[in-house]
Ligand binder design. Structure first.
Ligand code: ZN
Length: 270
């Protein structure tokens, strides 16, 4: 074999193997399962909890990258493969610590009827964004969307003013109001809004059900339909919505399941 032919077949092999995996597998609630789907000529369609999942190349075969929701039960879980055999994987237990927060403004914990109407409207829009599924292929590695101290607050069970509330479904990064928030990977802005709890918010679709969310922004610099490259500015850190101080709340969602964003950050790996 001529050296150039040898190099190009090596390159072809590298392409076949797909991108290097920065994404860390963690088969727990709020984690990600990498599920082997075997070989097939074309990309198989797969679903988990009735949602399409991200299926990517893995060597000669295919692999489902499945987001496991925080409320998932431990035990056996099933990935349904269109025209193929179901695959199963086990979700192990993970106990997230409890966090108690106090808000001076009780309407941030127990909203009135008028506020509840707005919250339900917000919720419908947010749900729609998370269920977005496009055909572009996401990358398995993100850069942090803002420089700052990252809390390990994902998954915390929250007690707000003494009342149990939904667990914390993202990562908080401390930064001053006005600090740039950038796209951690290429994608398309699919929704922006100003929500009761989340404040000013941007959603970015990275493809195949991988959607990221940026909350409590001070300003928004993008519009739905904008294509963004890694590092493009989305807006600035703020303290809009339900916050105790300025920070970015960043969520990563796969197949409509919020997972720990740290799993996508290369420098988080030990
Ligand atoms: Zn948060």
């Amino acid at each position: 074999m001529r050296p150039t032919a040898w190099i190009s077949s090596l390159l072809a092999l590298a392409l076949l193997a797909g991108p290097a995996i920065a994404l860390e597998e963690s088969r727990v609630p709020g984690g990600v399962a990498l599920v082997d789907l075997g070989e097939a000529d074309t990309r198989p369609e797969a679903t988990y909890r009735d949602r399409s999942v991200w299926v990517r190349r893995n060597g000669e075969g295919w692999q489902a990258v499945v987001g496991i929701p925080l409320e998932a039960e431990t035990g056996e879980h099933r990935v349904r493969v269109d025209g193929g055999e179901d695959r199963t994987f086990r979700v192990a237990a993970k106990e997230y610590p409890v966090q108690r927060l106090e808000f001076d403004d009780d309407e941030m914990v127990s909203p009135n009827a008028e506020q509840m109407k707005r919250i339900r409207r917000d919720h419908r829009e947010i749900k729609g964004a998370y269920r977005h599924f496009s055909e572009q292929s996401p990358v398995p590695e993100f850069r942090p969307p803002v420089e700052g101290e990252r809390s390990s607050s994902f998954g915390l069970k929250r007690i707000l003013n003494g009342e149990p509330r939904s667990p914390h479904s993202g990562m908080d990064i401390a930064a001053a109001t006005g600090t740039s928030v950038v796209a951690p990977a290429a994608g398309e802005v699919i929704e922006t809004g100003d929500y009761y709890f989340n404040g000013r918010t941007v959603f970015v679709d990275h493809g195949r059900g991988v959607v990221t969310l940026y909350c409590h922004l001070d300003s928004i610099d993008v519009e739905p339909g904008d294509r963004v490259a890694t590092g493009d500015r989305l807006g600035t850190v703020g303290e809009t919505g339900r916050v105790t101080d300025a920070h970015l709340h960043w969520s990563v969602s796969l197949n409509d399941a919020r997972v720990d964003p740290a799993l996508f950050l290369a420098d988080e790996a030990e």
